[in-house]
Design a protein around this ligand. Structure first.
Ligand SMILES: Cc1cc2nc3c(=O)[nH]c(=O)nc-3n(C[C@H](O)[C@H](O)[C@H](O)COP(=O)(O)OP(=O)(O)OC[C@H]3O[C@@H](n4cnc5c(N)ncnc54)[C@H](O)[C@@H]3O)c2cc1C
Length: 441
């Protein structure tokens, strides 16, 4: 049992969960924020870690460092495995404990999404997705490793496969990643290799949709596509991917040989709907009421990517602004209820607009009637993204890095780091054995 002060359990320290915790900072409640990682991640800049512009520490901040000073908030590192709605508790597993019940009076679920391979989970081993810092570092390793392998390879026939990169999914992540990769190979790496020409790298962006950035206006999609093509990216639309294996991709009946395939397509929600046994949409996101609570359970809020809510007849998109505004609303609503004030009006999303970067100094921006592409849109993109980084130190460090990269083409972090297991250049096992024998003498 917990004490008489109401307890709010927030699951997830992403955009939604953090916004809720901040809104509850002065509320007469005890807040317990549970996340399976110790950091809040600024996912919109993950592609910059994957393409060596930024280092992981520049887009992730310890959750404890952001809200650990809120006097009413306890941060727990652990993964939630289920919810008992009747007993009002969540079950948490951590390094040395399993399914420990943590009671709540109010629950906010903000557990986001994971990759979806649209029923082809066998693609996962050949085409990693981009969702966590570990994913971004793994993709960075693969990209840099491909160039190292090509440089060491004496047979020029193999260079082509090693230096062909295929991205599956031409939404914002695929477009931003393809543009950044093109800039990496055609500027930063250009003069550093002798046996291969990085600027001859082939980058293919695939999607079954008829246009890139499908959620943007037609003219902005077209501007982004043209820009990608001017950077040398091959954009192939209208073909579904039939197969992905160790030798590349088959799309629209044609094989594209490649040693590096990256999945930038679908996502599927966290299992929050299953934990709660409540209605979900077709994708599995929890259907919520207009006050963001679960039908029949006014004490349970679900916010952000893992929630499904229609506004003006259309589902709200899975973007950071929706999660932030919903998290803030849920936090404030609980504050008001506990303090005895009237409950707020129904949630309404205020759409500030969408942006996507395409290579150096170019972005597309859509906000209401304003549709822009080019350098000014890129400046707006840079300003907005700096503003939303979680800590001031990150804003300064990312700003300095961007200016430096813009002026010199040099990148923040071009290291191949294998955190687990062998060093990247796999050794001859016999040689490794000899070296071990020498060192143990
Ligand atoms: C590569 C990429 C690029 C993107 N670019 C943009 C962009 O440019 N603009 C934009 O608006 N949006 C962008 N998005 C989408 C945006 O990041 C999401 O909409 C937003 O993060 C959703 O916030 P959230 O709080 O719902 O989930 P998240 O921010 O994903 O947070 C979920 C949190 O829950 C935790 N968690 C999950 N399951 C459990 C569990 N069982 N137990 C404990 N903790 C758990 C996770 O560790 C995570 O910290 C991008 C997303 C990605 C992946």
């Amino acid at each position: 049992m917990h004490d008489s002060i109401p307890r709010v359990v927030i699951v997830g320290g992403g955009f939604g969960g953090l916004a809720a915790a901040k809104a509850l900072k002065r509320a007469p409640v005890n807040v317990v924020l549970i996340d399976r990682t110790n950091h809040h991640l600024f996912q919109p800049l993950l592609y910059q870690v994957a393409t060596s512009v930024l280092s992981p520490g520049q887009i992730g901040s310890p959750i404890r460092g952001i809200i650990g000073r809120n006097p009413n908030t306890t941060v727990i590192l652990g993964g939630v495995t289920g919810v008992d709605k009747d007993k009002r508790c969540v079950f948490v597993s951590s390094a040395d404990r399993e399914n420990v019940p943590v009671e709540y009076d109010f629950l906010i679920l903000a557990t986001g999404v994971t990759h979806s391979y649209f029923g082809h989970n066998e693609f996962a081993q050949f085409a990693p997705g981009l969702k966590s810092l570990a994913d971004a570092v793994a993709i960075r390793n693969r990209i840099l490793q491909a160039f190292e392998q090509a440089e060491a390879e004496e047979d020029p026939a193999r260079h082509r496969d090693l230096l062909t990169f295929v991205l599956v999914g031409a939404g914002p992540t695929g477009v931003e990643m393809a543009g950044a990769l093109a800039v990496l190979v055609r500027s930063t790496l250009k003069s550093e290799f002798r046996r291969v020409r990085p600027e001859s790298t082939r980058i293919v962006l695939l999607d079954m949709a008829p246009r890139v950035l499908g959620t943007f206006a037609n003219q902005l999609s077209e501007a982004a596509k043209k820009r990608l093509e001017s950077l040398g990216v091959e954009v192939r639309l209208g073909h579904s991917v039939d197969q992905i294996d160790g030798d590349g991709v088959v799309a629209g009946g044609e094989r594209i040989s490649s040693k590096t395939v990256i999945w930038t397509a679908g996502v599927s929600p966290s299992p929050a709907g299953k934990w709660l046994s409540v209605g979900t949409d077709r994708a599995g996101r929890v259907r919520i009421e207009s006050d963001l609570t679960v039908p029949g359970h006014p004490e349970i809020y679900v916010v952000g990517d893992t929630a499904s809510l229609d506004q003006d007849g259309k589902p709200l998109p899975g973007v950071a602004q929706v999660a932030i505004q919903q998290g803030r609303y849920a936090g404030r609503a609980i504050y008001r209820r506990v303090a005895g004030f009237s409950t707020p009006e129904a949630f309404r999303y205020f759409d500030k607009g969408n942006m996507a970067v395409v290579g150096k100094g170019f972005a597309v921006l859509q906000s209401g009637a304003v549709h822009m592409s080019g350098f000014l849109a890129w400046l707006a993109w840079a300003g907005v993204h700096l503003q939303f980084l979680a800590q001031s130190s990150l804003r300064v460090s990312v700003f300095v890095q961007w200016v430096w990269t813009y002026l010199t083409g040099q990148r923040g972090s071009r290291l191949i780091v294998n955190h687990h297991g062998a060093e990247p250049m796999t050794q001859d096992p016999k040689q490794a054995h000899l070296e071990l024998a020498k060192t143990s003498k």
